[in-house]
Write a protein that binds this ligand. Sequence first.
Ligand SMILES: *Cc1c(COP(=O)(O)O)cnc(C)c1O
Length: 388
Amino acid sequence: MKQIPLRLKKGTHTNCIHAGEIKDTQFGGAVSPIFMASSYPFMDVEKKRYPRYFNTPNQEVIAKKIAVLEHAEAGLPFASGIAAISTTLFAFLKKGDHVIFQNEIYGGAYNLVQEEFENFGIEYSFTDGVEVGDFEDKIKENTKVIYIETPSNPLLTITDIKAIAELAKKHQIITIIDNTFASPINQTPLDLGIDISIHSATKYLGGHSDILAGAVAGSEEHMEKVFQKGKNLGGNISDFMCYLLERSIKTLGVRVEKHNTNAQIVAEFLNDHLSVRRVYYPGLRSHPNHEIAKEQMHGFGGMLSFDLEVNIDAKEFQNALKLIKPSMSLAGVESTILMPSLTSHGLLSEEERKKQGISDQLLRLSVGIENVEDIINDLQQALQQVIS
Ligand SMILES: *Cc1c(COP(=O)(O)O)cnc(C)c1O
């Protein structure tokens, strides 16, 4: 038998299952008990136990788990991805500060910036692209934060994490990443120099399309700031949701590995199909930043997008699918599809959509963990229907 060397650090799958868990000392049960109390005795003046202080037993399970998975000193759970994003941004930005956002960011984050920042006197710029120079161009004297999202939604654009982190460090700017699409299984940005990593736990961390949650991870020092802002803004998660999320994260590693293999196969199938004009997937050699993705990701993820040929009605194609269901959300165990031009980007003008590369034939596919043959069969029969 091969000798397995002793090691001090646990593996990712082990951490998904065990990191932060609560021992059931009363009955010796196998899982963390749920503690629903919102009332606890005073520990001391500084440290009170209260759900809005992010420190109930079940909240602490998620805080520790996300910290371990993100290779961070500390983590915090939130009631939604947007609660995590807004709290983190407001923790590091005040009136008169400037923040740089990558041009492609999640729609909800975009709305937060567009609709709220001016009210708080926070200046912002969006980049023109995702090259380092695009970020450098926007740096001003009062720039405090650079915010990136990679892979991005919906075109799976890859930003060079290490290069952005280096640029920011040179200018003493804090870096924040939305790491939702990759999950901590496929990408650990703190290892590449990013300060703070954020997740919509509604997506891969939850993974079963039945949880709304968020999470943030970073150094003790940075997370203390997020905590201080968080207790004032109140985007806290319930203990019951923490319990569900803990249960979900136990299988995060195996789920994401399966999402990765299925998505690669589906991407290659679509890439070879005559009715598909273009596939956006970082695992394809044809992806413009495939080499960077290979460098900074441990897996290419379960999300991909593709353009059908111009003579094909994408709506008709979507309606012809039987197994793959239309969905606003993503990252569940089940495969789902969305037409950005009619949904997430439906409010933009045709010209603006074109500028962003969102065609009327674009479909965003969240590849699930079903048998990959069934996913491909479904795509194939739907394509056949719309081209005949
Ligand atoms: C869904 C999502 C969010 C927002 O998270 P909610 O949990 O819906 O608040 C943020 N970023 C990305 C990339 C997402 O997919």
